[in-house]
Design a protein around this ligand. Structure first.
Ligand code: HEM
Length: 485
């Protein structure tokens, strides 16, 4: 009778053969294309997963493009393209690519995670009314009040170093989730402890992608309280205000539907799902971009000066910061675009799957069911389109008479809000918040970086959404002298 060692050896050999078989299959999947890329990435998707888990996917892929050019293989069945042509092939409204399965693990089935094109189109139409410009107008007073709260806190700091990272996230939470989504104030900005589900969100980001590779962890994800958050908030809203409340927030608007267009409200469960996903889509993206906006202005006093000059000429402060006018400011727009070029909320490629019959992408025929993407960070730092790409230079977006302009090449290499049918539904809301914040803060304060440490801390990492590596960024805000006639 064979001994236990022989069984063990047989088991080990079988396992090794299985693994080898898998690695060889992986290696051969795209071998005929002879693409550059790390050998490990061609053998196993764990190369990308490890980089993701370390918050290093965006930087690792960017480094590969700098080394190898516009096409690199980053997984056995995964290719990253960095040209404007590829961007069009993968993400245009007519593309045959669809969102990759990873989106199904990003929260609950809502407009963000829906992969089926028909289903997505129907849902997007059903929620579109809450993102309309007239809704923005109604929401402006609440946004203004929250940002006035920020400038009050900055004033109270009295020139002491102020960490912009956590407060900007809390501000986005107060505005996006509190005021805009739910119509109730969290007062997270300035609170000693953040609301509980912020802590949960910190874990959710990395878990999403781990769920892609280690599906049993999905079971754990489904147990997190963030999943139930939308439901509780919706029940509270209906109990407090009824189903036909004239109150101005997205929750009440979703519950009421869009009577003007005859759009019926979604079933309650779907509303809860959407609200839960909007929280994910809205808070960290807007919060981190605002933090980087202040950081870039602090690092570039010349642009701070030019922006302040524009604000003074337009008498924005005297007129109490009306968004209708802030919206028209060209230097402000250029500064915001330049911030988003360098620090796109989502800097990694947004993963898409090629159609079963394959697809020609930037002169390469990619077989069906492969993951393809265009990393936003790399695209927006293409030196042939944006010279000296790592430097903050809003003048690349401005004519000599300070009019915002983007050449067709620049447009083709800008992917701040995603594209095609999946472009960001909340981009107007985010823009309003970012611009009012910058206009109010720059009208009242001069800002500078505290020390070299700030630059180190603000270097970027990402877990789909970008974040500062050091988790904080100390800036010093000092009141601007108000000129009197
Ligand atoms: C600076 C802030 C923001 C940035 C940079 C940003 C960026 C993006 C990007 C790149 C996408 C495309 C994702 C993909 O295709 O995988 C997206 C989608 C989306 N965003 Fe935003 N976003 C921001 C703020 C917001 C806000 C405030 C909301 C409000 C709820 C929002 C709601 C959404 C939704 C619902 C989608 C999914 C759209 C769809 O697939 O139909 N975003 N966003």
């Amino acid at each position: 009778m064979p001994s236990a060692q022989i069984y063990l050896l047989a088991g080990f050999t079988a396992l090794t053969l299985c693994l080898l078989n898998r690695l060889i299959k992986n290696y051969l999947a795209l071998h005929h294309l002879h693409l550059p890329g790390p050998i490990l990435a061609k053998l196993t998707s764990k190369w990308l997963l490890v980089n993701f888990a370390r918050g290093n996917q965006m930087n690792a892929v960017h480094a590969l493009h700098l080394k190898h050019g516009p096409v690199v293989q980053i997984g056995p069945r995964e290719i990253s393209f960095s040209s404007g042509k590829a961007l069009k092939d993968i993400y245009s409204p007519m593309t045959k690519c669809m969102k990759s399965p990873i989106y199904e693990s990003m929260g609950r089935p809502g407009v963000f995670g829906m992969r089926d094109k028909e289903q997505h189109r129907e849902r997007r139409n059903r929620v579109a009314h809450v993102f309309a410009m007239n809704v923005l107008k109604e929401l402006e007073p609440a946004v203004q009040a929250q940002i006035a709260n920020l400038t009050r806190i900055l004033g109270e700091c009295g020139g002491r170093p102020f960490d912009v990272v956590k407060p900007m996230r809390m501000l986005a939470l107060d505005i996006m989730v509190g005021e805009i989504l739910l119509g109730q104030c969290f007062n997270a900005l300035g609170a000693a402890d953040p609301p509980y589900y912020v802590t949960v969100m910190n874990y959710v980001h990395p878990m999403f992608s781990i769920d892609r590779e280690v599906p049993w962890l999905g079971a754990f994800l489904r147990m997190l309280p963030i999943k139930k958050y939308g439901e509780q908030q919706m029940r509270d809203s209906i109990a407090k205000f009824g189903r036909h409340s004239p109150r101005r927030n997205i929750m009440t608007k979703l519950i009421a539907g869009d009577p003007e267009k005859g759009t019926l409200p979604l079933p309650d469960q779907n509303i809860a799902d959407e609200v839960s996903n909007f929280i994910y889509a809205a808070v960290d993206t807007t919060g981190v971009v605002m933090a980087y906006f202040l950081y870039e202005l602090a690092s570039n006093p010349i642009w701070q000066g030019r922006l302040r000059e524009e604000l003074i000429i337009a008498e924005i402060r005297e007129k109490d910061f009306p968004y209708q006018q802030i919206q028209q400011l060209q230097v402000l727009h250029a500064c915001m675009y330049e911030t988003l070029r360098l620090h796109p909320g989502a800097g990694v490629g947004l993963p898409r799957i090629t159609p079963p019959g394959g697809l020609q992408i930037d002169n390469i025929f990619v077989p069906g069911n492969m993951t393809v993407h265009t990393p936003t960070l790399t695209l927006q730092r293409d030196p042939s389109v944006f010279p000296i790409p790592d430097s903050f230079n809003p003048s690349r977006w401005l004519t000599s008479s300070n009019t915002f302009v983007a050449s067709s090449e620049m447009q083709a290499h800008t992917f701040i809000w995603g594209g095609g049918e999946h472009n960001c539904a909340g981009q107007n809301m985010a823009t309003m918040e970012i611009k009012i914040m910058a206009a109010r803060v720059m009208s009242e304060f001069k800002v500078r970086v505290e020390s070299e440490r700030t630059h180190q801390n603000m270097r970027m990492r990402d877990h789909f959404v970008i974040a500062p590596k050091g988790g904080k960024g100390l800036l010093v805000f000092e009141r601007v002298e108000v000129m009197k006639d």
